[in-house]
Design a protein around this ligand. Sequence first.
Ligand code: FEO
Length: 166
Amino acid sequence: MLKENLLKKLNDQVTAEHYASNLYLAMSSWCQAQGLNGAARFLSTHSKEELEHMYKLFNYINETGSMAIVGAIEAPPSDFEDLKDVFEQTYQHELLVTSRINELVELTLNEKDYSTFNFLQWYVAEQHEEEALFKGILDRMEIVGIKGRSLFMLDQEIGRLVPVQQ
Ligand code: FEO
């Protein structure tokens, strides 16, 4: 059974992962509307990954004998300046999620909940990968820009980041 303060923070994280899924889905829709089909596909796949992150937490909480809560989530933004704005926002969002995961890890240590500490290590590794992924895309944009042919090429490249089976 989880301690109350840890349960509350884990449930908050369920909500945060759910919000991230909706945010990336909204971004995918915006990209599709701009004809940026590669980025749209990438972000829609990433939206599904965030749902998996949510379910993983949800199942863990319930396995401990505590109860996962489906909380309210606010609507994500639906309009963006350009593709760079989209990916700057994804990167900032991932940094925020990382700081929340770090706070959770710290709490497990304070509460001597080593099982949850162990469970959260998957998220620590995942955040490292996601930060690197989004930062890499932003770096490419800085180098080639997002105008004309560069935008076309970047969109194709981002689309190729989606694993083949998806
Ligand atoms: Fe669930 Fe992209 O962090």
